[in-house]
Ligand binder design. Structure first.
Ligand SMILES: Cc1ncc(COP(=O)(O)O)c(C=O)c1O
Length: 390
C-alpha cells in the first residue's frame, strides 16, 4: 500500500476472544462495513445482527441503552443528544394533527414551549393544569380524547410530587399514554408504576459531572420500535464519546445520587426553621405537602432544594450573589452545587394566574446540591442568609 492509502486503511488490531478490555472501548465510528453486499442487505432487513450507520445505532450507544432500560425496569431505550431533544422527538413521534396533549403548569419550561409553539403549528392542541389538580385531570380526560399525558415528579423547581398511581389510572381509563419526565427522580425510581414511557435528561444525574449532554426514552419494545424509526430521521443522535462518558457516569450514579440526597436532606432541615426563610420545598421534609406521597413513591427525594426568602426578589438576589460555593448556573444533578435566582425560574409563557399556581414567587431560589462537604455548604448558606436579611 502506498502511504496515502495506508493511512486510510490502517492495520487492524485484533483482540483475542479470551483477552477482553475491562472497560468497553468507544466505537468512535460513523460507519460499519460488511464483507459482502448480501450480508449488508441481510443486516439492513434485520435478518442478522450488525451495525451500519451511527444515526441508526452504534455499540457504544446500544450498551448505554441496554443499561438504562434495565435500570428503569423496562424492555428498551433509545438515546439522543439532549434531554430537550428526547422530549421533542418523542412528542413529534407520538402525536399527529388533531391530537390533544395534557401537560402541566409545573412542566419543564421548554416542554411547555414545545407544546405551545412547535406542536401547535402542526395542529396538536394541549391543556395545562396544575399537577395537583386531579379532578381537573379527570374532567379533561373525560371531556376530550387525549393522546398522552406528560408530567414530571418531583417538579422543577418547587419539588411538587405528582400522584403517579392516580395519574396513570386516569390516563389508562381514558386511553391516553403516560409519559413521565423522570429526570429529577433519576433512572432508578418510579419503575413500579404503570408508566408507558420514561424520559430523562442524561445531562443531569447520569452524567453527574456537568460536562456532557444526552437524553433517553425508555419503555416497552413495541413503543420504542416506532420511536427509534422516527428518531433516525429526526436526527438528534448522541455522539459515541458522549455515550461513553454517560456510561462511565453510571458507575458512580448510585453513590453520587444517594450522597447528594443525604446532603440535600440536611440542608433542607437547616433552611426550614431559619428566620430568613419563609418556606423550604423539599419532599424529604416531614412538613412538606408532598412528603407522604413521596415516601410511598420514592426511595430518595432528590438533590434539589428550593426556598422562598423573606424580603422577596431583593433578598433572593443578595442571597444568590453572596453564595461562594454555589455557582449561579442552570442545570441540576452534577457534583458541584448550583443556585438559580427567581428571575431565572419564572415561566415567562405563563399567565399571572398560572404563575400563582406554579408557586414560584419573587423570593424563590433553587439550589442543586452537589458533593461538596455538607457542613461547608451549610456555612456558606448561613452567611448568605445573613446577608439576605441586611
Ligand atoms: C425535567 C427536565 N427535563 C428535561 C431537561 C432538558 O435536558 P437537557 O438540558 O439535557 O436538554 C431538563 C433540564 O434542565 C429538566 O430539568
Amino acid at each position: 500500500m502506498k502511504k496515502q492509502t495506508l493511512v486510510n486503511h490502517p492495520p487492524a488490531v485484533e483482540v483475542p476472544a479470551d483477552n477482553r478490555p475491562v472497560v468497553a472501548p468507544i466505537y468512535q465510528t460513523v460507519k460499519f462495513e460488511f464483507d459482502s453486499v448480501e450480508e449488508a442487505l441481510r443486516a439492513q432487513h434485520g435478518e442478522r445482527p450488525g451495525f451500519s450507520y451511527l444515526r441508526t445505532s452504534n455499540p457504544t450507544l446500544r450498551q448505554l441503552e441496554l443499561t438504562l432500560a434495565e435500570l428503569q425496569g423496562r424492555e428498551d431505550c433509545v438515546v439522543c443528544s439532549s434531554g430537550v431533544g428526547v422530549v421533542a422527538q418523542t412528542l413529534l413521534s407520538l402525536t399527529r394533527t388533531g391530537d390533544h396533549v395534557l401537560a402541566f403548569i409545573e412542566s419543564y419550561g421548554p416542554t411547555r414551549q414545545l407544546l405551545h409553539r412547535t406542536l401547535a403549528k402542526f395542529g396538536v392542541t394541549h391543556t395545562l393544569l396544575s399537577i395537583e389538580d386531579l379532578p381537573g385531570v379527570e374532567r379533561v380526560l373525560r371531556g376530550q380524547p387525549t393522546r398522552l399525558v406528560i408530567f414530571e415528579s418531583p417538579t422543577n423547581p418547587l419539588n411538587k410530587i405528582a400522584d403517579i398511581a392516580a395519574l396513570t389510572r386516569l390516563a389508562r381509563a381514558h386511553g391516553a399514554l403516560t409519559v413521565l419526565d423522570n429526570t429529577f427522580a433519576g433512572v432508578h425510581q418510579h419503575g413500579q408504576y404503570d408508566i408507558d414511557l420514561f424520559l430523562h435528561s442524561l445531562t443531569k444525574f447520569v452524567s453527574g459531572h456537568g460536562d456532557v449532554m444526552g437524553g433517553a426514552v425508555i419503555g416497552p419494545e413495541r413503543l420504542i420500535r416506532g420511536l427509534r424509526t422516527d428518531f433516525t430521521v429526526l436526527g438528534g443522535v448522541l455522539d459515541p464519546h458522549a455515550a461513553f462518558l454517560l456510561q462511565r457516569g453510571l458507575k458512580t450514579y448510585f453513590v453520587r445520587y444517594q450522597a447528594q440526597c443525604r446532603s440535600a436532606q440536611r440542608i433542607a432541615e437547616f433552611l426550614e426553621p431559619h428566620p430568613a426563610v419563609e418556606r423550604t420545598y423539599y419532599p424529604g421534609l416531614a412538613s412538606d405537602p408532598g412528603h407522604a406521597l413521596a415516601r410511598v413513591q420514592m426511595s430518595e427525594f432528590g438533590s434539589v432544594v428550593s426556598l422562598s426568602l423573606r424580603g422577596g426578589t431583593a433578598a433572593a438576589v443578595r442571597f444568590t450573589d453572596s453564595l461562594q460555593l454555589f455557582s449561579m448556573a442552570a442545570s441540576v444533578g452534577a457534583t458541584d452545587s448550583l443556585v438559580m435566582p427567581p428571575q431565572m425560574l419564572t415561566g415567562r409563557d405563563l399567565t399571572e394566574e398560572q404563575r400563582r399556581i406554579s408557586g414560584v414567587g419573587p423570593g424563590t431560589v433553587r439550589l442543586s446540591i452537589g458533593l461538596e462537604d455538607t457542613d461547608e455548604l451549610i456555612e456558606d448558606l448561613a452567611q448568605a442568609l445573613a446577608r439576605a436579611q441586611d
